[in-house]
Design a protein around this ligand. Structure first.
Ligand code: FAD
Ligand code: SF4
Length: 469
């Protein structure tokens, strides 16, 4: 019997005083009992509006029903019919803006904790029976090259290998996974969870070639010459943006991309046990208000030797684009907030290293084209944040390498590759694209949803090519 009025089952968390001393996962996860109690809050709507809020159209109602029946493995497999990365999405998706926002219960009570349930069943399956590769049909004789092993590339590779294509993934870094591996920290998304998904792809026969930079090691046109029938581009948006203020070239200034890669991928927090060092000093300032900025703040908070971590954001905390949960966790972890505050210059200590950040206070003026009130400077309100390092987390764009080396590939004014929303095809025949490369930085589930569209587009194109209806 559904019990929608019952309070949402809270996620057990690592205590904030303990967790700032380690990199282990903050959210501990539901028990089986907690999952069943939460699943029983779902009223199994005739018209499950929650599913309209999911960019990957996961069968939410059905997987929750399976949890209520106690069949957790079947629930995980039900999700995988639409989304191959449930353990990832259950952890990092902004559910409060998607499926949970459109859950009917929100009108009167709290929405069903769909993300927490998704995470529970995916973890249950991985821990109890292992992530099982799906059955793969006999090869159909056609080959597809997937460029980039982030969520978009992983989705396309998984969908196409299940249709009988021979798929090779080319990844620039030494490990596959994209932002899931190098950007999002271990305490939000354990790398073992991502690795299990990669292992599953390999078990289905996908070949993954690492340290292969398409555009340098090999070009898109050379991939066609090597016999690939289609090329999928999922190279993301890894090119950091800077503000263009004085002092950005000082030692101690990092792009969020470099900082997070050093910490998460290269495990700089365990230097010298791991080779890559990071010199953050005792006081760190992070500029920006998105998920990347929250990850920068929270990683810095956990670094050995760091005593103060400052957040600098030019609007108010309510307007930060980061997930609410990440902001709340950062607050609990003791970040020092400077909202409505804009950086003007980074100050040199006289030896080429950072010693501070000069800022000016802001107030909210008229709404801009995004509808948000535009921050304007308060004259004479300059002040200095004393710090030893500055992390720039103000956004990222697509790397231009592939576009420069692929004639005829159309881009828009944000340097994103233009791709059809219906098929993922670009301005070049047989070249498809999805994910941050076409949107300039959104979410994991968007990259997965668009990847599914591109995989279907590639399949339709290649079926025609081999004369199959
Ligand atoms: P990526 O994940 O960027 O993967 C692209 C891959 O292509 C990378 O592995 C890269 O090395 C490779 N590559 C690039 N160029 C080449 C080349 N020339 N040849 C071969 N390989 C190449 N989204 C959420 O939903 N929730 C979150 O909590 C969240 N937090 C985030 C935190 C951070 C720090 C960042 C940076 C992003 C976050 N996002 C979050 C956004 C999300 O991670 C991205 O939208 C998503 O990863 C995009 O997937 P993708 O496959 O398009 O690109
Ligand atoms: Fe269950 Fe909410 Fe979806 Fe209805 S809208 S099926 S209550 S999760």
């Amino acid at each position: 019997m559904a019990n929608p009025k019952a309070p949402r089952v809270e996620m057990p968390l690592q205590n904030e005083h303990e967790r700032i001393k380690n990199y282990s996962e903050v959210a501990i996860g539901y028990t089986a009992e907690m999952a069943r109690v939460e699943a029983d809050r779902c009223i199994q709507c005739k018209n499950p509006t929650c599913e309209q809020g999911c960019p990957a159209r996961v069968p939410i109602k059905d997987f929750i029903a399976l949890i209520s029946q106690g069949d957790f493995v079947a629930a995980a497999r039900k999700i995988k019919e639409q989304n191959s990365l449930p353990a990832v999405c259950g952890r990092v998706c902004p559910q409060e803006e998607q499926c949970e926002k459109t859950c009917v219960l929100i009108k009167k009570w709290q929405p069903v904790a769909i993300g927490r349930l998704e995470r529970f069943v995916a973890d249950y399956e991985r821990e109890m029976v292992g992530v099982c590769p799906s059955p793969v049909p006999a090869p159909n004789g056609q080959k597809v090259a997937v460029v980039g092993a982030g969520p978009a590339g992983i989705t396309v590779a998984g969908d196409l290998v299940k249709l009988g294509y021979k798929v090779t993934v080319f990844e620039a870094l030494h490990v596959p996974g994209g932002v899931l591996m190098y950007g999002i920290p271990e305490f939000r998304l354990p790398k073992a969870v991502v690795q299990a998904e990669i292992d599953c792809l390999r078990a289905m026969g996908v070949e993954i070639v690492c340290n292969a930079i398409v555009g340098a090691t090999v070009t898109v046109d050379e991939l066609f010459e090597e016999g690939y029938d289609a090329v999928f581009l999922g190279t993301g948006a890894g090119l950091p943006k800077f503000m263009g203020i004085p002092g950005e070239g000082l030692n101690g200034v990092y792009s969020a991309n470099e900082f997070l890669t050093r910490v998460n991928l290269m495990k700089a927090y365990q230097f010298p046990e791991f080779d890559t060092p990071i010199r953050a000093g005792q006081r760190v300032a992070v500029i920006g208000g998105g998920n990347t900025a929250m990850d920068g703040l929270r990683c810095a908070r956990r670094l050995p030797g760091v005593k103060e971590v400052h957040s600098v954001y030019r609007r108010s905390r309510d307007e930060m684009p980061a997930r609410k949960e990440e902001i709340e966790h950062a607050v609990e972890e003791g970040i020092i907030w400077h909202t409505l505050c804009n950086p003007l210059r980074i100050i040199d200590d006289g030896t080429g290293w950072v010693k501070g950040l000069e800022c000016i206070e802001m107030e909210l003026g008229e709404p801009d084209e995004s509808g948000r009130r535009r921050p304007v400077e308060k004259k004479g309100s300059n002040f200095i944040i004393e710090c030893d390092s500055v992390i720039m987390a103000i956004g990222q764009g697509p790397n231009p390498l592939i576009v420069r080396t692929t004639p005829g590939l159309e881009t828009n004014r944000w340097n994103c590759v233009v791709a059809s929303p219906d098929t993922g095809v670009t301005s070049r025949e047989a070249v498809y694209a999805a994910g941050d490369l076409i949107t300039g930085g959104t979410t994991v589930i968007q990259a997965i949803g668009q990847g599914k569209v591109a995989a279907a587009g590639i399949d339709e194109y290649l079926r025609k090519k081999r004369g199959v209806a």
